[in-house]
Design a protein around this ligand. Sequence first.
Ligand SMILES: *Cc1c(COP(=O)(O)O)cnc(C)c1O
Length: 403
Amino acid sequence: MDSHTPSELDWALSTLAIRAGHERTHEQEHAEPIFPTSSFVYGSAAEAAAKFSGEEPGNIYSRFTNPTVRTFERRLAALEGGERCVATSSGMAAILSTALALLEAGDEIVASRSLFGSTVSLFDKYLGKFGITTRYVELADLAAWEAAMTPATKLLFAETPSNPLSEVVDIAALAEIAHRHGALLAIDNCFLTPALQRPLDLGADLVIHSATKYLDGQGRAIGGAVVGRDKELEEVFGVVRTCGPCLSPFNAWIFTKGLETLALRMRAHCENAQALAEWLEAHPAVARVHYSGLESHPQHGLAARQQRGFGAVLGFEVKGSEVKGDREAAWSVIDATRLLSITGNLGDVKTTITHPATTTHGRLSDAQKAAAGISEGLIRVAVGLEAIDDIRADLARGLDALV
Ligand SMILES: *Cc1c(COP(=O)(O)O)cnc(C)c1O
């Protein structure tokens, strides 16, 4: 597919984010247009026949292709350095479409344990119904990935860095394991985006996105995407075209405009997160901060090598006391905020705060929480773009009261 014009191949990421994929119509509009249309018309019966048979390229129906969606797909493909991108109605639709396209009954997935909750439900509850089984391993433990491989393993799936403990896996090493066993590696690149990490350059085969998060960056719409080679993406496209989890033109337009500020926003998110992490680490009420941008993080070196920034999702554990247990202490810090949004969402210019043990990870058993490092004192903050002094002051209110 001709996803990039020759000049696009030389552009820097911030330029691609603003310029890639835009084809002007005869109206000569400056900004990217929206095509809110379900279907397209033909000049003649012969043209209709040629388009339906695939002899002639062109739009038929917006479940198949839509020009606004195509602009978003081309722009994101350029940013991730992939041959092709297929947009979907949500991040979960991207993961489902990938699985339906590339797996069949009897195949196995090996995945990191610390995945987005709905991804685990999709793998276990729904793919499991169709004879696809998933084995989970510790994200950073390459020997565990290797040991979980069988001849039936077709897909390795990881989120790196993990949420909320900011653990990291060596993507190049994981790709080597996958390929040696004839499997594909998919990386959910939601937390870093191509502005900070390009998994395809490191050997991954597929990149998954929830565009709902940083690609939009302002909490306005739900959408997703898969990026990779033509070969696999043609199969993913077949699923989206046939089964229907397509992205709406309006949402595609929002994401396209969101991408224009991606590099700038991610840089600012990282700066705020780094400053907050350093401040939290020095606060007497905080026992531990989990952020790969800190030198105290066990995988700081790997993260620094593999990523162009450390992202903006961090976890920190507050110290409970005899008066206030760990959960009460964490809740008191959350409840003392006035500015931060108490919500499980992330990837927004607005800073969000949540207590994983009773929200995002609330369905896990105590043993599962302990294995995943989700303690009662743990708080997750997805650092937004408000002034860092205001974010710090909002957290200081509750933290200072604990000491
Ligand atoms: C939100 C999220 C998803 C799911 O995306 P939706 O757009 O909500 O369907 C998948 N993976 C990660 C890491 C996420 O944060």
